[in-house]
Design a protein around this ligand. Structure first.
Ligand code: PLP
Length: 427
């Protein structure tokens, strides 16, 4: 029996996440990673543009991060009391780098960070409603488990990503169109006094890349301020990947709370929730704080060491310069390629993130625009890429990532292989 078959006997579906169950790849077993590559159990090599949904911005097994984790593991275990130097150093850096963060708490995942952000917003405001946007993903917990990738007839209507969620919880989340300031202002006019929080990916990368208009981000800030609602930027993908200060540093729009994860520690499990001190003071980490906050692994020395080493490298080496240059090259050359081939496509993204939608332009502004994407071509050409050792996740609307470990030679191969894969899919 193969390892994948053994996996399916003892792990439902054979994988540890609903997001890893990929048609056609159910026999894939990963045995090794290094830099921009991973290998499977048959020794096949893949150049990795999926990048675990985003964490390894420096590339897999970055030697500086690995050394910092090895050092910490030989020195410091988890005690579950008090605080460690690493937690203080990391919190100081997050407060220094990210405009909205005065105080910060560590979690193990991004989902925990967004969960606590919404609970805090409800506690502080005493209100019930949360606003999210169609196409944004904020983790697996109930309040945000709706309207990510919806079928055309479910767009904007309640579309849970799971069964088993109380309808009362789903009903307390309003779903709006991204980049639609008029819809936002209307919902605030009707429900403003009941809105505890607005949570948003400043660049919705969970459907590839929808770039925010300045007007929309400003409207979010204005409406939340006017209504006394808490604005949460979910920067689990954009934080550190797009800039050390997150997308808020790029846009100049500062939320009240920020959630982080993924690229902050290059793949080690850590998340963070930070923001205005007067809000963060409600958490029970402060004696008397009424909003319960706990987690056995919060501030674990190993991911904290990984995060400190990652942030140091991002500050000291031209990581962003490298991945932004490669990203611009990929987007520019893919656009030219599709034009030459006569294939209607929109290539978009930001910095190290890129995606090709197979539809006529202009660049999409909201999830509705993505309904024009040719799903069969989007998934089909990626299946061909995977067969030829280039791993772009073959699921609709998924983005691809570049890392500090990717080279121009990798990009040359990606471009050649993409042309061949699109031709074969269209044939
Ligand atoms: N927020 C965003 C924007 C994400 O993309 C994700 C995960 O993909 C999460 C939150 C949840 O993070 P985690 O998977 O670490 O719980």
């Amino acid at each position: 029996m193969t390892l994948a078959e053994r996996a399916r006997r003892v792990i439902p579906g054979g994988v540890n996440s609903g997001q890893r169950s990929i048609p056609g790849l159910t026999d894939l077993v990963i045995t090794r990673t290094a830099g921009s590559r991973f290998w499977d159990g048959d020794g096949r090599e893949f150049t990795d543009y999926h990048a675990a949904f985003g964490p390894p911005l420096l590339g897999h097994n970055d030697p500086d991060v690995a050394a910092a984790v090895a050092d910490a593991s030989g020195r410091l275990g988890l005690t579950g009391v008090a605080v460690t130097e690493g937690e203080v150093l990391l919190a100081e850096q997050l407060a220094e780098l990210i405009p909205s963060i005065e105080q910060v708490l560590l979690t193990s995942t991004g989902s925990e960070a967004t969960f606590h952000a919404l609970r805090l917003a409800r506690a502080v405001t005493g209100r019930r409603l949360v606003v999210k946007f169609q196409g944004c993903y904020h983790g697996w917990h109930d309040a945000v488990s709706l309207n990510v990738i919806s079928a055309p007839d479910r767009v904007g209507r309640h579309d849970p990503t799971s069964t088993g969620i109380l309808s009362e919880v789903l009903d307390a989340t309003l779903v709006l169109r991204f980049n639609d300031p008029a819809a936002l202002r209307q919902v605030f006019a009707e429900h403003g006094r009941d809105i505890a929080a607005v949570i948003v990916e400043p660049v919705p990368h969970n459907v590839g890349a929808l770039l925010p208009t300045e007007e929309f981000l400003r409207a979010l800030r204005e409406e939340c301020t006017a209504a006394g609602s808490v604005l949460v930027f979910d920067e689990v993908i954009t934080g550190f990947r797009h800039a050390l200060g997150g997308y808020q540093a790029i846009s100049g729009v500062t939320p009240d709370l920020t959630t982080l994860g993924k690229a902050i520690a290059n793949g080690a499990p850590i998340g963070a929730l930070g923001g205005r001190a007067d809000l963060m003071q409600y958490f029970s980490s402060r004696p008397g704080g009424p909003v319960f906050f706990a987690g056995t692994y919060n501030g674990h020395p190993l991911p904290v060491a990984a995060a400190l080493a990652t942030v140091r490298k991002l500050r000291e080496q031209p990581v962003h310069e490298h991945v932004f240059r490669l990203g611009d090259r990929v987007r520019g050359e893919l656009t030219a390629l599709y034009e030459r081939m006569g294939v209607p496509a929109v290539v978009t993204g930001y910095g190290s993130v890129f995606v090709s939608y197979f539809m006529p332009g202009p660049a999409p502004l909201s999830y509705d625009d993505l309904l024009a994407n040719d799903t069969a071509l989007f998934v089909g050409y990626r299946r061909h890429l995977v067969e030829h050792g280039i791993f772009e996740l073959p699921l609709n609307l998924k983005r691809s990532h570049l890392s500090y470990a990717h080279t121009d030679a990798d990009v040359d191969r990606l471009l050649e292989a993409t042309e061949a894969a699109v031709r074969r899919t269209l044939a």
